[in-house]
Design a protein around this ligand. Structure first.
Ligand code: ADP
Ligand code: ZN
Length: 430
């Protein structure tokens, strides 16, 4: 099913011609309107007329978080302030937030892209979408909300947390789709289990759009099994409008990135050099349709690769592999580089392990992994716990080549955050 079949199925040659036209227009606009880009283009010794083919994108300067922070609040606007309609911010981790502005056209366009994503998974106006993302400055909830309304769904702006209320809403309004972070989806699954609610029997849930933080295939399966639904990976970032940048189709094999709206590159995170399809690196995106705040070659810090070859759905927009984390998430423990996702992959593949975990780094370089047991994970035999503990430790050692300590804790005892999960606590004295 298609929301915009003409664009979604556009033949590659035509799609690339459209991208080039939009890229050229974007470069011309920022060169005229945005002093920061005038300066950056001059430093890179490139002018709008130098962009003659898509490959010329490599001549353009990157935009980094520093550019967004240093021009905060309005320095990257390409339209008069009166022509902006909405402000979102992205928290990042340190310092000032990044301000992202939308014009009326940008708000509508972001909703259009979400509509494509939803319809691609089979959503129709008969669906009831319960939006469990945080409403507010964060793009996650509002952008999805507008897109789902465009499709004609009944949208329930539930926000995250308050699981009793979520359950009541799901029951009373026969919610069919939820939009949720992976950590809250796992928490909700636990909550329903404790309440004795069997989602397959007692609820109308069919799908979940899960994103905003990295998660693994194992976690996807865990959520699907616990809730009896299909989970579709949903990727976006505030700098690129929020959700709706890349999304899985019904085949659930990588996320189609809407290439008529975003020019996609994968670069080596260290050198910035472009990498070919199939190789893993940092995702770099250029907005092709953004009016209020166009960005050239934005360094997302997200690590992924392009999946080569066509998708069974025949959409022509290329697919991204699941994001394995941010370049900044990488931990170095005793000289070894580890992504939290590696640990999650091990934990979520074990049925006796519950749905929450935490990585704690302390002292000189001690790593402890706190692991919640599944509700049915403890049968009262201490030797079973000891065996599980050493099995987890062995598997983590094989996966990460380090020797983390494993600490088993009862279900529901690790902290749960309402927004994005905080998986790593780094108290190292180094
Ligand atoms: P921040 O988290 O910096 O405040 P955003 O709210 O814009 O910013 O979140 C965007 C980031 O969330 C992405 O850059 C990416 O790291 C992460 N993210 C979003 N969706 C996914 C997903 N499906 N898989 C992995 N990571 C995701
Ligand atoms: Zn597809």
């Amino acid at each position: 099913m298609f929301w915009d079949e003409k664009i979604e199925m556009m033949e590659r040659g035509a799609l690339e011609a459209l991208q080039l036209k939009r890229l050229q227009a974007t470069v011309r606009r920022v060169a005229r309107k945005v002093p920061r880009y005038q300066q950056k283009l001059a430093e890179s010794r490139v002018q709008p007329r130098d962009i003659r083919s898509l490959a010329d994108v490599h001549r353009l300067p990157f935009t980094t978080n520093a550019d967004l922070r240093e021009t905060y609040p309005t320095g990257l606007l390409a339209v008069p302030k009166d022509d902006t309609l909405r402000l979102h911010t992205s928290s990042g981790t340190t310092g000032k937030p990044k301000a992202l502005f939308f014009s009326a056209k940008d708000v509508d366009n972001a909703a259009e892209l979400i509509a494509r994503c939803l319809v691609m998974t089979g959503v129709t106006k008969r669906d009831v979408l319960q939006n469990m993302m945080t409403y507010g400055l964060f793009t996650g909830a509002l952008v999805m909300h507008y897109g789902a309304e465009k499709v004609g769904c009944l949208v329930i702006p539930a926000g995250p947390g308050n699981s009793e209320k979520q359950l009541l809403l799901m029951q009373d309004f026969r919610t069919t789709v939820i939009h949720v972070t992976p950590s809250y989806a796992l928490y909700l699954a636990d909550f329903l289990e404790k309440k004795g609610v069997d989602p397959r029997r007692d609820l109308a849930l069919r799908k979940a759009f899960v994103g905003a933080e990295p998660y693994t295939e194992e976690t996807r399966r865990k959520i699907e099994q616990a809730l009896g639904i299909d989970v579709y990976n949903s990727y976006g970032l505030s700098e690129m409008n929020g959700p709706g940048v890349a999304f899985e189709c019904e085949h659930k094999c990588g996320m189609h990135l809407w290439e008529d709206n975003y020019l996609l590159e994968i670069v080596d995170p260290k050198t910035g050099e472009p990498l070919p399809d199939g190789q893993t690196g940092e995702l770099v995106l250029t907005t092709l349709c953004r009016e209020a705040m166009p960005l050239l070659r934005y360094r997302s810090r997200d690590i992924t690769s392009i999946i080569p070859g066509p998708c069974p759905c025949a959409r022509t927009h290329r697919r991204l592999h699941r994001i394995t984390g941010r370049a900044d998430d990488m931990l170095t423990v005793r000289g070894v580089n580890i992504y939290p996702q590696q640990i999650e992959r091990v934990l979520m593949s074990l049925p006796a392990v519950g749905r929450n975990y935490q990585i704690v780094l302390e002292g000189l370089d001690e790593m402890t992994v706190n692991v919640e047991l599944a509700e049915a994970g403890f049968d009262g035999h201490v030797e079973h716990l000891t065996r599980l503990q050493s099995e987890i430790a062995d598997r983590l050692r094989a996966e990460t080549l380090t020797k983390p300590k494993v600490h088993l804790v009862p279900p529901g005892t690790l902290p749960v955050s309402e927004g994005k999960a905080k998986r790593v606590i780094d108290n190292r004295s180094l």
